[in-house]
Design a protein around this ligand. Sequence first.
Ligand code: 16G
Ligand code: ZN
Length: 533
Amino acid sequence: ALPVDDIRRLSDLHPKPEDIRYQYGTAGFRTSGKILDSVLFRVGILAALRSKRFDGKTIGVMVTASHNPEPDNGVKLVDPRGEMLESSWESHATVLANASSSDDLIAALQDLIKTAKIDVSKPARVVYARDTRPSGPALVAALEDGLNAMGAEARNAGVTTTPILHYLVRAINTKATKDPYGDDTEEGYYTKLTSAFNKLIAGRPPRSPLVIDCANGVGALAAETLSRYLKNSLPIELQNIAIDAAGALNNSCGADFVKVNQKLPPSLANVLQPGQRACSLDGDADRLMYFYLDERHQFHMLDGDKITTLVASFIVDLVKAVGLEEELRIGVVQTAYANGSSTKYLSARLPVKCVPTGVKHLHHAAEQYDIGVYFEANGHGTVLFSQPAQELIGSHRPSTPAQSTALTHLQNIINVINQTVGDALSDMLLVEAVLAHKSYGGAEWDSLYADLPNRLVKVVVADRNAFRTEDAERRLVSPPGLQAKIDELVKKYDGGRSFVRPSGTEDVVRVYAEATSKGQADELAFRVAGLVY
Ligand code: 16G
Ligand code: ZN
């Protein structure tokens, strides 16, 4: 039975603040780090129950608020295969977080055990980690109380990146199977990625140094370790590594800053040479933005769409070179935010699917292909190889030396990629490997297609729930009549496209617009925002 006394005793130490309503959204619970204590305690209990539901398989818990400002924090659960928590449990998490007293919490837990058919006598195993936020240690202590209340077997993975935690979950749960994902240690992660990378670039001319903006977050630690494992196969210059400097995290740096402002982090102004490749990580190192300065010191951004294009074309070429293009169905998944030029470029070559914002939607759609490439424009993404595809690639007999080389590359590509979730460092190695193979610098990569100028604005509205969408968030169904007005406006702009969607993480509505000139894109965005307001 549920250890009701332990739960009550420990829950009393982590009371829920009155008047706050929590919600497990697209990125878990996320808000000010000051009001998350009770949430972390309860997430500990929930993680233990989720593990019991899977007969003691290990569940992950990551304490992070990613690209948000430093005072924020958050928590999300990782399912046994290293994927994000199944949506049906998001509402269970929300219910537990909002129980007003220890007694209400216990009642809610008993409900959950019944509805989700959980056998409480099963073991519970949980692995957890946090990013570098100052509120992290206290929140982890609250989480540990929740795990202890349930008698869970807990493993502390310390301060690490979100994608490493996802990797660990998958590695732990596949340890004793015929397809182990890798050693279930950080060392196993770094070894897997870097040895695949080193094989991929063997024999290529030496790489010029890559600047990495670590957002003053946990990516600094991970990138530093990665560079030790890489030895000199990829020279790396780390920037924004001040993980202990108060207020520095994500402040005027990092992947989100670059994507939103479409400009160079000011801290790199005297660092980056024209033509040099650079990339930014976000606060938990699951998002990646590339960029470079041209000869005239103009900034050029290479976002998630550019990464998709580069990576998907490379994989398509390899699959053709191996002679498996009939057997392996390759597809791309994007969201409405994908630049129209990228969609046009990709659609001419591959099936492209558009899904609603949020990694879980992209991930699930990508699973429908043998090889599914997905990235959000904001730099979160990865490539998924289905089990049959991996087996085919693993057992295929090449008939020429060229086929044999391509096949080895494909196998190394699989190993350099973190297939559990978007991973800035893994994606970075993937991009670097492709650039090395194609002998591309930033400019050559950038020239595959030209981005349409675009503008994103947010609008504070009385009730964002009044905005409902269809067609992968590209059209509004409510408020009534609004979509028709947007359509009218869009028609007036050359190459115009615009959509409106309620944010899943902030109490705002977002408006995106693109057109053939920057001025037109800005104007369209503001006029659509005017309709929404
Ligand atoms: C979350 C999502 C991210 C999405 C963003 C959109 C995950 C892990 N993260 O951060 O993929 O781009 O929300 O935010 O799914 P919005 O709904 O506020 O625009
Ligand atoms: Zn992140």
